[in-house]
Design a protein around this ligand. Structure first.
Ligand code: GLN
Length: 494
C-alpha cells in the first residue's frame, strides 16, 4: 500500500469515498512507513496508533453506511507534544513533564478527532518549544528526512519531519517565534502560523501567551487549508480566540492573484542571508510577477530590533508561565528534599533543561523591579513600532514576502554552543508573532546540497485566506513541492 504515502487529502478522500481503499489501509500504510524509518528520524515521543486504529474503524463504518465523510476523515495526523490528547503523555520534551498525562483534550485535538483524522503520534520538539533545531529536547534528537546529518529545524521539528518523511499526511505544531514556519522551511513542507486568535490554544502548554499560535503542516497548501479550516473558529475556553466561525480556507484557493500587490522585504535580501536563499526569493518574486501580481520592494526599518524585543518579551512571559512547574500539582517532584523551598529548587533544577533555565532567568530579570521600565516596557514600545512597519506596508501592499530562514538546515551541534547564532535563525519569522499577523512558509528552491529553501508570505491580521491563495498560486506555478525527501520519494516511486 506504499502508493498511499505522499498522497493528498483530496485524493485520499476520493479513494475512500469510492471504496478503493479503507481508512484502516491508509493508516497501515503510514504506520508501516513509521516502522521502516522512525529509527533514522526519531520524530515521535510516543505513538498514539491505538487511538488512530479506533478512529479508522469509525470512519470505515461511516463509509460502509454511505454517510457523508467529515473534513479529515481517514487522514493520518501527527500532533506536537505540547498539545494535550486525553490519556496520552504530554511531555513538551521536558523531564519535568515526563510522566504528565492530561485528563482532557486540547480544543484542536477535539476538532481534528471530530473531523475524522487519525492521530498517529505525539511529536518531538525543543523543550517547552524553546529552540530552533529540536536539539533542546530532553528526549532525543530528531533528524531531517532530507539529510539525517542536519537538524529538522524547531521547535516543531518532529511535526515537520513527520510530514516530510511520510509518517503522516499532515501535522500540528505551535509557533511562538517561527516554530512552525522555520522547520517547514528546513524540511521542505508547507507550514502556517495563522492570525493570533484564529485557532484556540486551550490545551496547548503555554510558552509566551501573547505570541503562541497553533497551526498546520502539510505537503501542499491545500492540505494545510483543510486542516486550518478544521481547527479555527471561536472557542469559549480560550478568551483570546477571535469571535468568528471557521472560514472555508479550501474554497479560497482560486489560484487567481492577478492585480495583487506584493512587496519583497528589503532588509531580508541583505547581509546575513545565504546567497542561495536570496536568489530563490528573488526568483519567487519574479514568479509572482509572471502570475500577474504587481511586485515591489518595501523597507521595514524597525525589524532590526525584532530579535532583542522577542527575547525580552518571550522570556518574560515564559518566566511567569513556567512558574507552575514546581513539583506541587503535577509533573516531576524531587523526593529527597526536606522542606518545601528546597523541593521547589531541586524539582526545577532536575526537571528543566539549560535553555529553559536560561530563559526563565532572563525573563525574571527583565520583569524585576528597577529593570522593568528599561527592558520589558521598552520592548513593548518597540513591539508597537514593528507592528507599525507592517501597518504601513499593508496600507500599500496586500502582502509581503521574504525568506523563512536565513539558511537551509544546518548540521547537528553547529549552533548549540552559541545561543545567539541559534536565535538568529528566527530573524525573519519573529516579526509576525510580535504583530499577531499570519505567515506561511512553502518550498521555493533547493541549495547546492539538495536541501529545501522556504519562501515566507506575510499578510495583515485576518488575511489568512488571501495568504493561502497566494501560496497556492505559487505552488501551482512551480514544481518545488513535487520533490520529496529521499525516504518518501523511495516509497512513492515504487
Ligand atoms: N526559535 C524560537 C525560540 O526559540 C521560536 C520558538 C517558537 O516559535 N516556539 O524561542
Amino acid at each position: 500500500m506504499t502508493e498511499l504515502i505522499g498522497t493528498s487529502i483530496r485524493k485520499l478522500h476520493q479513494m475512500l469515498a469510492s471504496k478503493e481503499v479503507s481508512a484502516r489501509e491508509i493508516l497501515k500504510a503510514h504506520l508501516d512507513q513509521i516502522n521502516r524509518h522512525e529509527s533514522e528520524i526519531d520524530a515521535f515521543n510516543c505513538l498514539t496508533d491505538k487511538l488512530a486504529e479506533k478512529k479508522a474503524d469509525e470512519i470505515d463504518k461511516l463509509v460502509a453506511s454511505g454517510s457523508e465523510l467529515p473534513a479529515l476523515a481517514g487522514i493520518p495526523i501527527a500532533i506536537k507534544d505540547n498539545i494535550c490528547i486525553k490519556d496520552y503523555k504530554t511531555t513538551c520534551s521536558s523531564k519535568v513533564l515526563a510522566d504528565f498525562v492530561p485528563p482532557y483534550d486540547a480544543t484542536v485535538a477535539i476538532k481534528v478527532l471530530q473531523a475524522g483524522a487519525l492521530p498517529v503520534g505525539k511529536t518531538n520538539m525543543d523543550e517547552f518549544a524553546m529552540g530552533s533545531s529540536t536539539e533542546n529536547s530532553a528526549n532525543k534528537l530528531t533528524r531531517n528526512p532530507w539529510n539525517t546529518k542536519t537538524v529538522p529545524g524547531g521547535s516543531s521539528g518532529g511535526s515537520a519531519a513527520s510530514v516530510a518523511a511520510g509518517f503522516s499526511v499532515v501535522s500540528l505544531g505551535s509557533d511562538t517565534g517561527g516554530s512552525i514556519r522555520q522547520p517547514a522551511s528546513f524540511c521542505g513542507v508547507v507550514g502556517m502560523k495563522p492570525t493570533y486568535g484564529m485557532v484556540s490554544r486551550f490545551g496547548l502548554v503555554a510558552f509566551a501567551s501573547s505570541l503562541d499560535q497553533i497551526g498546520p503542516f502539510g505537503r501542499s497548501v491545500e492540505d494545510v487549508a483543510y486542516v486550518l479550516s478544521t481547527i479555527s473558529g471561536h472557542d469559549p475556553s480560550d478568551s483570546t480566540s477571535i469571535q468568528q466561525a471557521a472560514p472555508d480556507f479550501v474554497a479560497a484557493l482560486t489560484g487567481n492573484i492577478s492585480g495583487m500587490k506584493i512587496a519583497v522585504i528589503k532588509e531580508f535580501l541583505a547581509e546575513g542571508i545565504d546567497p542561495v536563499v536570496r536568489e530563490s526569493i528573488v526568483a519567487a518574486a519574479e514568479t509572482y510577477r509572471k502570475l500577474g501580481a504587481q511586485v515591489d520592494e518595501v523597507s521595514m526599518p524597525n525589524f532590526k530590533h525584532a530579535l532583542p524585543v522577542y527575547y525580552l518579551l518571550a522570556t518574560a512571559e515564559a518566566s511567569a508561565n513556567l512558574a507552575r512547574y514546581d513539583g506541587v500539582k503535577y509533573g516531576h517532584r524531587n523526593k529527597e528534599a526536606k522542606d518545601i523551598l528546597s523541593m521547589y529548587y531541586k524539582t526545577r533544577q532536575e526537571g528543566l533543561g539549560a535553555e529553559v533555565k536560561r530563559r526563565i532567568m532572563l525573563g525574571t530579570f527583565a520583569l524585576s523591579s528597577g529593570y522593568y521600565d528599561a527592558y520589558y516596557k521598552k520592548a513593548q514600545q518597540v513591539r508597537r513600532l514593528i507592528k507599525e512597519d507592517f501597518d504601513k506596508a499593508f496600507a500599500k501592499f496586500d502582502l509581503v514576502i521574504c525568506p523563512t530562514a536565513p539558511s537551509t538546515a544546518f548540521e547537528f551541534g553547529s549552533k548549540t554552543a552559541d545561543p545567539l547564532s541559534m536565535y538568529l535563525s528566527d530573524i525573519a519569522t519573529i516579526p509576525a508573532n510580535l504583530a499577531g499577523i499570519p505567515g506561511i512558509s512553502l518550498p521555493c528552491g533547493f541549495d547546492q546540497g539538495g536541501l529545501p529553501i522556504g519562501l515566507q508570505l506575510l499578510g495583515p491580521a485576518l488575511s489568512d485566506a488571501k495568504l493561502l491563495n497566494a501560496a497556492h498560486a505559487f505552488e501551482q506555478a512551480t514544481e518545488f513541492h513535487k520533490r520529496y525527501s529521499p525516504m518518501l520519494s523511495k516509497v512513492t516511486a515504487s
